[in-house]
Design a protein around this ligand. Structure first.
Ligand code: F6P
Length: 535
């Protein structure tokens, strides 16, 4: 009997070249190939998936037991097999009283206690009750962290700027001294709070930046620098070693992955910026998406369907990348955030059991806010030799009602792009345009070729009412679960990241060589580069 992958491949081969627009001969196409949940709409009707393919994809999700794997995650089973850990970022936003037992302990009381501590601290900083060494209110916060200890807060703080009513938040992640220098240069240590965020508290970039920031505080404040410090980590022994007092340390458990951590203490900068009440709305949005993911049937399940479209594009159409295109300037950091979420989770070449994968796993994820991307790389999306499925995000309303014209243009541009990708412009139309421009003969043919758009390029659109803390929570949780669905189908561990280790080890060994120690044993290219960089 043929397996589902073969059947999907056959469906694709028979339908190859069929214009996506022809699928709309079915008047129900939009309704059948879109899904709504709690104000969000995901339209995947502008893809090449037809009814038979969708049925096969849904069957694939069933055969791969996506629902069973999902339930195991929510139950707190140790699905992160290589690290022997549960995966429970969803518990941070569950707002649930039912006991959730991990390693023989109900983790709910601890989650509530930490959230309460964050609220007390954030509330205190925001009101001025927790004051600077000089007795004034903090005006600025610098979050020092990298990867999951940076990208979530950076993305969300920027996304929610209309809700800011707390201290200004700044972020330092890169070990490049340029970033911390440029950041601290514009700040006053006497009114700045420094948060050191690192799950492990060993990450060299963060530890190096933390030392620099602590020296900066100490130079200005002496022994009182401690009152300008806080930390977020799972390694409470290590935060104590850095001299950060325990009541300013916000801990979390190892079952929260770095790239899934903004819902707990790593989200402290978000809470400082928008306040505890709005932070709760962010959690509520994510919680609503969790409930939808757990309870909706596969046919109407947004993360499942989004994941299946991803599988179709990656494994059946064999597209190597996907573009994230938010028509929402405040989501400008979303592509970078999703790069870590998706590529660190699903950039894997072996299965959960350690066997080489038979087919492709996570695609390259990249993107940029629209309309800026239109004037940079969309040329390639429309007329390049690669097919790149596009994922548009756009809101009905904006936070700038007085600038309605801007938002109308933004929406029109977003819709124009998905339409242009699908429909393209035929050679006949292009010939007519060239003729109207006065070209004839060979020049008309060449001019028409430049102006022909092949079309038939797939896209999805995620529409939401307005970018609020609640809808941002929904969107992030949607993408988290989409990554989960794809990982479950590929049979990989989406929650480890061994691929980043080798570079870290080699960098530590290279530091003395950069400083002048012998580079003997290194390859000739690396030796020559060390020599050049030491000049
Ligand atoms: O890049 C590897 C990684 O381990 C990420 O998974 C993580 O988010 C980041 O480094 C930062 O780690 P930490 O929070 O432990 O400093």
């Amino acid at each position: 009997m043929k397996d589902i992958w073969t059947k999907l491949q056959e469906n694709h081969s028979t339908a190859e070249g069929r214009p996506i627009i022809s699928l709309f001969d079915d008047p129900q196409r939009f309704d059948r190939f879109s899904v709504e949940a709690d104000g969000l709409l995901l339209d995947f009707s502008k893809t090449s998936i037809d009814g038979a393919a969708l049925d096969l994809l849904l069957e694939l999700a069933e055969v791969r037991d996506v629902a069973g794997q999902r339930d195991a995650m929510f139950r707190g089973e140790r699905i992160n097999r290589s690290e022997d850990r549960a995966v429970l970022h969803t518990a941070l936003r569950a707002g649930d009283d039912e006991p959730l037992v991990v390693d023989g302990e109900d983790v709910r009381p601890g989650i509530r206690k930490t959230l309460q501590a964050m609220e007390d601290f954030a509330g205190g900083i925001r009101s001025g009750r927790i004051a600077t060494a000089g007795g004034a209110a903090f005006t600025d916060v610098v979050n020092i962290g990298i990867g999951g200890s940076d990208l979530g807060p950076v993305m969300a703080v920027r996304a929610l700027s209309p809700y800011h009513n707390g201290p200004r938040c700044h972020f330092v992640s890169n070990v490049d001294g340029a970033q911390i220098s440029d950041t601290l240069h514009k700040l006053d240590p006497r009114s700045t709070l420094v948060i050191i965020a690192s799950k492990t508290f060993t990450t060299i970039e963060t530890m190096t930046n933390a030392e620099t920031a602590i020296s900066w505080l100490k130079n200005a404040l002496g022994d009182e620098a401690d009152s300008h410090l806080a930390a977020v980590s799972t390694a409470l022994d290590k935060t104590a070693g850095m001299g950060i007092s325990s009541e300013r340390v916000f801990g979390f458990a190892d079952w929260v992955g770095g790239r899934y951590s903004l819902w707990g203490p790593v989200g402290l900068p978000i809470m400082l910026a928008i306040g505890p009440a709005e932070f709760h709305n962010l959690l509520a949005g994510a919680r609503a998406m969790d409930t939808h993911f757990v309870t909706a049937s596969a046919q109407g399940n947004m993360p499942v369907l989004m994941g299946l479209v991803g599988i179709w594009h990656r494994n059946i159409c064999r597209y190597p990348t996907r573009a994230i295109l938010p028509y929402d300037q405040r989501l400008a950091k979303l592509p970078a955030y999703l790069q870590q979420l998706d590529m660190e989770s699903n950039g894997k070449r072996v299965s959960n059991g350690g066997d080489l994968l038979a087919r492709g796993s996570g695609p390259v994820v990249w993107g940029e806010a629209g309309t800026n991307g239109q004037h940079a790389f969309y040329q390639l999306l429309h007329q390049g030799t690669e097919m790149i499925p596009a994922e548009f995000l756009v809101s009905s309303r904006s936070h700038e009602p007085s600038l309605q014209e801007h938002h109308d243009l933004l929406k029109a541009n977003c819709l124009a792009q998905s339409e242009a990708l699908m429909l393209g412009r035929s050679r006949e139309q292009a010939l007519e345009i060239s003729a109207a421009l006065g070209y004839t003969g060979e020049e008309q043919r060449a001019q028409a070729a430049y102006r022909t758009f092949p079309g038939n390029r797939p896209s999805m659109t995620l529409a939401y009412p307005l970018l609020t803390p609640y809808s941002l929570g929904q969107i992030i949780a949607l993408y988290e679960h989409r990554v989960f669905v794809e990982g479950a189908i590929w049979g990989i561990n989406s929650f480890d990241q061994w691929g980043v280790e080798l570079g870290k080890e080699l960098a530590s060994a290279l530091v003395p060589m950069i400083k002048g120690a012998s580079a003997e044993g290194k390859d000739p290219s690396t030796i020559s580069l060390i020599r050049k960089l030491s000049a």
